[in-house]
Write a protein that binds this ligand. Structure first.
Ligand code: SAM
Length: 254
């Protein structure tokens, strides 16, 4: 994560914004404070901590295990494990933004619809938005894609028409699709080559009329990325076997 922060500090224009959709993570029953860790890393790397939005999903859309059920079986103190229906959008700024540098005409073309802003309550630190379930037969099957409404708001709030939006974790290409719809250019990186077809579909390259295609899409497949998935899986397998061995040694099972 620190490497990514360093790289973003290098490539993001002075004064501009990084938005990270993330949340604390539960792995094998242990909770990791990802939001706090990322905040610390990004501040240490020189970004200004600007804001934190809590994205609240509707209760019926949770796809994680319902930890809260524990208390129903054990209705006593100390059995409380709440279900998570939120994600955090961390917002950092890469130095000071020069508001005077934006030409008046560009400001007008990128104007935020204040009615939409007020009606949909963009002005709050909590955003109630329905999430995308990665269900079978869906274009986002198996991908933790976020709903279009998230990049839609962030791109409108933090970029001007014609500028470049970067998503270093492109997934199914939601950010890139929305960026194109809003007249912005975009760049995306994705290590999972299998998602290439999904991105093409999302960007409307497979249909002829999803939305006006007056934009150009270029897909570059890096030679060294072709075997990245296998390489990473192998690396994880090796790490797991190291952990297993270490456990055996500490518990004296050998
Ligand atoms: C949560 S998904 C992103 C969702 C995406 N923004 C969307 O809504 O369509 C995260 C993606 O990051 C990709 N990823 C993980 N590590 C990466 C890396 N080092 N470089 C590029 N992509 C990476 C994963 O394969 C996954 O598809």
């Amino acid at each position: 994560m620190r490497k990514i922060a360093k790289e973003l500090r290098r490539v993001v224009t002075e004064g501009r914004i990084i938005c990270i959709v993330c949340d604390d993570t539960l792995i094998n029953g242990k909770k990791y404070p990802v939001v706090a860790d990322l905040t610390k890393i990004y501040i240490e790397e020189g970004f200004i901590y600007r804001d934190k939005i809590i994205w609240i999903k509707p209760e019926g859309y949770i796809r994680i295990s319902r930890r809260s059920g524990v208390i129903l079986q054990h209705p006593y103190p100390m059995y409380f494990y709440p279900d998570n229906i939120q994600e955090t959008i961390l917002i950092f700024q890469n130095g000071k933004f020069d508001y005077k540098r934006i030409p008046k005409e560009l400001k007008e073309r990128s104007k935020i619809d204040v009615k939409e802003y007020q009606q949909n309550k963009w002005y709050l630190t909590t955003w109630n938005i329905i999430n995308v379930l990665p269900l079978k037969n869906r274009i986002e099957e198996g991908i933790a894609a976020f709903p279009e409404e998230i990049p839609y708001r962030l791109i409108k709030l933090f970029s001007y028409v014609g500028e470049i939006v970067l998503d270093p974790f492109m997934g199914s290409g939601t950010t890139n699709k929305v960026a194109a719809m809003l007249g912005r250019n975009s760049v995306g990186y994705e290590i999972d080559l299998e998602l290439c077809e999904v991105v093409k579909e999302k960007m409307g390259l497979k249909q002829s009329s999803l939305f006006e295609k007056n934009y150009k899409v270029e897909i570059i497949i890096r030679e060294d990325a072709k075997h990245l998935r296998t390489y990473l899986q192998e690396k994880i397998r090796r790490q797991k076997s190291v952990v297993k061995n270490a456990k055996r040694k500490t518990t004296g099972i050998i």
